[in-house]
Structures are given as structure tokens and as C-alpha cells.
Design a protein around this ligand. Structure first.
Ligand SMILES: [Zn+2]
Length: 136
């Protein structure tokens, strides 16, 4: 379904592929969230665009620019060295620990509808049905 398009339709198909993959990621997030809550855990979604976990140092919290090929984090500010992914995980863990426990009662930020096209369609039909029964 997400095969590359050809010719004129290439960019259009690329956009469609992107939204299909977004749905898949949304469903994966929902599954993870469900399992975490079921196990009595707390589901948090780090604001990665703001937090920049791969650029940020887990020790001094300063950012160091990296390319995707830079696999080891070497902090320009404090000299901390760590595997890029481990450093990013440490940054996100530190961020999660810094979150106010009181704010955990609030529903996580993702209020957008995620799910398969069938689920979204069912949700829309349900909303329409509710609206119709209100007016009748
Ligand atoms: Zn540092």
C-alpha cells in the first residue's frame, strides 16, 4: 500500500504514504499507552521537537549539534561521552522525572484522532448519529 508512486503522481503518493505511516505510528502509540496503563504505569509523551533528546546532553542539559551519522554523543560543554541513543534515553528519562506528578492526572496531550481509516469512519458516523438524535 505504501509502494512508491511514479511520474506525476510521485509527490501525491509520497504524501499519502506519509499519512498512512502516521496512522500506523498512532496505532502503535495507542497500543503502547493501553499496555502501560493496563500494567499500572504512567504514559508520558516527550515533546521531542522542543526537548531535542539526541542533541541534548544528559549531564549538563546543553545542546550539541549532530548529524544522523554521529553515533556517539560527545558534549562540547562538559565533555560527557555516551552512545547517542543511550544519551537520548537518559535525556527523556530525566525529562519524565522532572514532570510534576500532579499533572499526570491530566490526559496526555495527544487529543488528535489516531487509528485506522475504519475506526475513524466509525467515530465520524457515531458523532453524526449523536448529532441527529439531538435534533430529532
Ligand atoms: Zn554536557
Amino acid at each position: 500500500m505504501t509502494r512508491k508512486g511514479k511520474g506525476k503522481r510521485k509527490r501525491q503518493k509520497a504524501g499519502l504514504n506519509r499519512s498512512l505511516l502516521d496512522v500506523a505510528i498512532g496505532m502503535t502509540k495507542d497500543a503502547i499507552k493501553y499496555k502501560v496503563i493496563e500494567a499500572g504505569g504512567v504514559y508520558l509523551e516527550a515533546p521531542t521537537q522542543k526537548l531535542k533528546p539526541t542533541q541534548r546532553c544528559a549531564k549538563c542539559w546543553e545542546t550539541t549539534k549532530k548529524t544522523l551519522s554521529d553515533r556517539i554523543h560527545v558534549c562540547q560543554h562538559c565533555g560527557y561521552q555516551q552512545d547517542r541513543d543511550i544519551n537520548a534515553a537518559q535525556v527523556m528519562l530525566a525529562w519524565a522525572r522532572g514532570q510534576e506528578l500532579a499533572s499526570l492526572d491530566v490526559e496526555p496531550s495527544s487529543s488528535t484522532n489516531c487509528g485506522s481509516m475504519r475506526q475513524l469512519g466509525a467515530l465520524k458516523r457515531q458523532k453524526r448519529r449523536v448529532q441527529r438524535s439531538d435534533t430529532a
